[in-house]
Design a protein around this ligand. Structure first.
Ligand code: 5GP
Ligand code: MG
Length: 468
């Protein structure tokens, strides 16, 4: 049985003229950690084979000094950091996936969500292939290996396999003989970019990883493009897959990506700042100060303050040292848990009327807790402003939304949400306003989670898969 996975992950791959691939992938994954904190892994091409190291945990918990010291010196490597919904986080689903086939091995790292994974998996099972994980990414790896054998050619095999896949896939894969392949699905749902330096090439989910590993940004991978890299050089690139409609997930700019990344020609920071400005135009309010919810609401708060002329202040101090292992020891402490992670700054809040900016309301629990923590130190008024439109529909392509019933905006009206979270007023950016804030992006957007407009026929396949 395949789990109903929604994965928002980080991928990176590098092909170098020197044997420093492990270091590049490790540093790159650290820069991409925000995209997934549940599992991490690295695969290195070594001695005509592939060495794999992966486990559940953060990048530096999995790739410890001891583990890194054991890794072979390699010119080519790929890595993955995984985000998953609860229940599916077993070691079996951690990537990269290693697939062995008659004439070799490939390792694959995937970001996105394949909507026809179930059908592809049954097709491959009929051909006699076995599966050990419950993730759609394992299906991709096997499908590619299967097609490499039947086409007797790496490029043709990757292209034929990619044509069968439906949904979101940004991929890096590596062969035992040091070839690195990068693929972006024809819709361009998930980001993928290429960097270069004197030692070779790196491909990563976000440009912040290229920056931190010393690669100059070259360009984004084009939707539908297949690239092969060997010995630090691009040896092939062509656009092989065409979609009826392209659409980058606009939520990459709202929440997923790091503000110092540039995706498809638009700076994530600039996009968020513009969202804040747009919010101030669409939902102005007379207040004393503006503050953002750390971390993903901060840039939109700056934009709101800039546009409205209201002073921007820090509303909270975030404890940076709480790991994922943080536990709530007693009922008393559980009730104050939000303040352990995010303590409101009394000097800026007490007696003030506040515009509180955050990136999204999904289930509504976060906003309710944060507003009640502001009330507990006597905020006079709290006006909530959200830099994404109401989240009403499920995402078929990689966001963590298991069920529409859990989306508060799918269930109740904006006025009711305002009451439920305890705000004095509530304003969401409009879909048009959000698109306008992101208008420097070179791709059109998928805004399906906001307005049900996915602009692709992949959705029907997904419904079929989920209902079965
Ligand atoms: P909720 O309304 O479900 O309590 O949470 C909203 C908060 O979750 C927002 O502050 C936002 O920053 C964060 N968020 C939005 N989308 C996602 C997601 O896909 N994954 C995770 N881990 N957090 C998210
Ligand atoms: Mg948040």
């Amino acid at each position: 049985m395949l789990d109903k996975l929604r994965e928002e992950c980080a991928i990176i791959g590098t092909s170098l003229k020197c044997e420093e691939a492990a270091g590049v992938v490790y540093n790159g994954l650290l820069a991409l950690q925000h995209r997934g904190q549940e599992g991490a892994g690295i695969a290195l091409s070594y001695n005509q084979s592939i060495v794999l190291e992966k486990d559940v945990g953060l990048v530096n918990e999995v790739l410890t000094e001891k583990v890194l010291a054991k890794l072979p010196k390699a010119k080519t490597a790929i890595g993955h950091a995984r985000y998953s919904t609860t229940g599916s986080n077993t070691i079996k689903n951690v990537q990269p996936f290693l697939t062995e086939y008659l004439t070799g091995r490939i390792a694959t790292a995937h970001n996105g969500n394949i909507t026809n994974a179930k059908q592809v998996r049954s097709m491959l099972e009929k051909e006699g292939l076995d599966f050990s994980a419950t993730s759609d990414s394992e299906v991709i790896s096997s499908l590619i290996a299967f097609n490499i054998i039947s086409c007797k050619n790496l490029l043709k095999g990757v292209i034929e396999a990619s044509k069968i896949l439906c949904g979101a896939f940004s991929l890096v894969l590596m062969t035992g003989d040091k070839k690195l392949v990068a693929v972006r699905d024809p819709h361009g749902f998930r980001p993928l970019c290429i960097g270069k330096n004197e030692y070779g090439i790196a491909v990563a989910s976000e440009s912040c990883a290229l920056d931190s590993c010393g690669f100059d940004f070259v360009r984004d991978v084009i939707p539908g493009e297949v690239i092969i890299i060997e010995n630090g050089e691009i040896i092939h690139s062509s656009v092989e897959l065409v979609a009826k409609k392209q659409g980058l997930c606009i939520f990459e700019y709202v929440y997923f990506a790091r503000p110092d990344s540039v995706i498809d020609n638009l700076s994530v920071y600039e996009a968020r700042f513009n969202m804040g400005r747009m919010l101030a135009k669409e939902h102005p309010i007379d207040a004393d100060v503006v503050c953002g919810v750390p971390d993903s609401g901060l840039e939109a708060a700056m934009g709101y303050a800039y546009e409205s002329g209201l002073p921007l202040v820090s509303g909270f101090v975030k404890n940076r040292y709480i790991g994922r292992s943080f536990i709530y020891p007693s009922q008393l402490q559980r009730e104050h848990a939000v303040k352990i992670k995010l303590n409101p700054l009394r000097a800026n809040i007490e007696g003030k009327s506040i515009v509180l900016v955050d990136d999204s309301i999904v289930r509504g629990t976060t906003s309710a807790k944060i507003i009640s923590s502001l009330r507990s130190i006597n905020a006079k008024q709290v006006h909530m402003r959200i830099s994404s439109p109401p989240f009403r529909h499920t995402c078929h392509f990689g966001t963590d939304i298991d069920n529409e019933q859990n989306l508060i905006a799918n269930q109740i009206s904006i006025e009711e949400i305002c009451k439920r979270i305890g705000a004095d007023s509530l304003g969401f950016i409009s879909v048009e306003g959000l698109k306008e804030a992101c208008n420097k992006c070179s791709l059109p957007f998928c805004t399906g989670c906001f307005n049900n407009d996915y602009g692709t026929d992949c959705v029907e396949m997904s419904k079929f898969q989920l209902e079965e």
